[in-house]
Structures are given as structure tokens and as C-alpha cells.
Design a protein around this ligand. Sequence first.
Ligand code: MN
Length: 423
Amino acid sequence: MIEANNPSLKSWIEVEENSDFPIQNLPFGIYSTNKKSKRIGVAIGSQILDLYELANAGFLEATGVSANVFESNHLNPFMELGKESTRKVRNRVSQLLRASNTEITSDSRLMKSVLDKHSEATMHLPVQIGDYTDFYSSKEHATNVGTMFRDPDNALLPNWLHIPVGYHGRASSIITTEQPIHRPKGQQKPKDDEPPTFGACKLLDFELEMAFITYNGKELGDSIGVNEAEEYMFGMCLFNDWSARDIQKWEYVPLGPFLAKNFASSMSPWIVTMDALEPFRCETPKQDPKPFEYLQFSGKKSFDIKLEMYIQPENGAENCVTKTNYKHMYWNQSQQLAHHSVNGCNIKCGDMMGSGTISGPTPDSYGSMLELSWKGTKPLKLSDGSERKFLLDGDTVIERGYCQNNDLRIGFGEVRTKILPAK
Ligand code: MN
């Protein structure tokens, strides 16, 4: 067991019982305050530990990481150092925050300078994303979409059980929590026998996903093996991959989604490390037919992560509209990374790999409004009496996720995005 994951550890910082950020988590993010420029912080309870101040005061010397790495607009310079260094920093932070450790608490001035209240901080996009890839790895989601738009008897396309299907998305429009989006405009073709129209998207949707962030991979031409893939993963975050279903339906032939997807995707601001997720490893669904050898893995390669999506109407209450779990994914992320690089494609530090919409087996665990309202035929009722087939202007969509066992809760926080009218 990684010592920093020991469930019996307690911090001298008070952590509320259901906090996503106990001492066993220690996710990394970028924050600023009224007095502080952007820097790398670690979430602990309702506070943020300032790694730049901590390093300046000499407390991270043993990790070999210099202080200037932590005064950064993004996590990239830190991730560039590789897993050995980022792991050392998490382990050192764990030591410093333990109830028995007095290195920080014995100096009240230091203590004040290295801690900020989460409520007084602004969270920023944590990663400068180089390339963004989105997979399509939930069998339930692919089956639902295939059933709705093609043929219920042949819902999965012939390649689906052989290939972790994916496409290259757009990195520039990835945003983080609290940044609103405008409803996109584009071409649609609402009626088969009439010409296309242009205007604001009418079928705006979320996609409940997660994503992993990579370290530097290998040289162009080399491949990452499925059983070494996790060595190239820094951590994971929540990911809402906004989708304009009406624009998508008209434009996606023959090259796949374009403007229906690239107007925005929202990631959560804290990246939970692969190390912190270790206690929540689990099996993935049995794969039949047996995948090609480069996709055959040993051990548990998925994680038991509970995921929820909420819709909050303007001035209204939050409504949980779905609960699903990362473990339902048919293709795990090690297979995704192995597949991504099997042709020699080079993975870079700060690349983002989206899971694809994560739908569970039951109708209350579907990962998009498209599925939850079954193409608009079964509207969802919200607590204020209103109905949703798709999302309305003024709605705030909130994704949350956490791992929970008898000893421990490791959470991702949330990513929250308000929908503004089309410009
Ligand atoms: Mn997606």
C-alpha cells in the first residue's frame, strides 16, 4: 500500500466527514486569491495548501522539485517532471499534513502563508491541454445511441467490440468550473424532407464523462503497452463533454462530430492522482470477443467511481438526473492509451483523454439527456414542476464524482457550468 493512502491517517487540518478531500486524496490544481498569483495547490478539507509558498520555505526540498515549478499557470511544468517526482511531492505533502507532524504547525506565520480557504480562492483550468481525444467506451451508451438512431437488433457497429473507438477533439475550448457557456449556433436539419436550417442549437446536451491526463509518452513511432499504460497517466478529473445533438446529427457524416462538440467541454479543477485512486481499483466488464493481444491486460484496470449529474434551473434547486459509475466502461483507460499509441502516435505531457459518455445498465444511470429523455420522447420532471428533454438557457449543469469504501472517500469535487443564451 502507498503510505499516503493509509486510511488511518489523520490531518492536523480539520476535514469534514463527507469531504472529497481527506488527507488520503491530495489532488493537484491551479488557484489564485486576491493576494496570490496563479500557483499549484493541493486540496485538503475546505482549504488549499499553497505548494509554491511551501517550497519557498524549503519544505519540499527533499522532493528535488524547485519552487518555481509551483508558481505556474498550469500543472504542466510539474507533470513534465514525471511520475517519480509528482509522487514524491504527494507523499511529502502527506507527511507534512499528518496530525503527528509539527513542521508547519510550529510556525504560525508559515501556517498562515501556506493555507488558503477554498471559498476565497479562484480555481483555474488546471492543465494546458495539448491534444484532446474522446473515446466512446461505454457499451451501454453506444448501444443506446445505436438503438435510437440505427437498428435495435444491430445497435453496436461491427468495429465496436474490437476497437476502443475514439476521435480527436479540440483542446482550445476546454474550460473549468464556474465558466459559463453560450448555447452554440449552427446548421441543423430538423426534418428529413426539408432543407437544412441555421440557428441556435435546440437539442443541447451534456455528456457525463471522466478524463485522464497524461505525462510525456514515448517517441513518435513507439507504442505504450497496455500493462505499462498507467505509468503514463498523471491523474483523472470529471469531464462534461457538451454536445449539440441537432448540429451533430446533420454534420457528422462522413468524418464524425465537429461543431457539435468543439464549442466547449468542462473539466473539474482538481486532478486526482492515479496513486490516490489505488484503493478503488476494480474489474472491468468481461470482454467478448477476446481483444487483440495489444489490448489484453492483467490485473484490475478500472476504478469504482460514483458519478452524478445535476440540473439546476435558474434560481431553482439542484435536481440529480442520473447516477452512474466509471466501472461500467467496457474499454478501460489502459486499453484506450495502448490503442491510441499502437500506431506510433506520440502522447505528450498534458494530453487529455475523455472516456466517452458513461452510461450504466439502467435508465436512471444514463450519461446524457439524449438517453435519459430517450431522444426527447420521455421528458424528465424537475422539482420545480418544469420538464427537460434537453437543456435550457439558464440551467446550470453540475457533475460530481467520488469513490467510497468502508474506510475512505476520495472525491473529485465538482464541475459546474451555466448555460447562457446564444450570442
Ligand atoms: Mn464525448
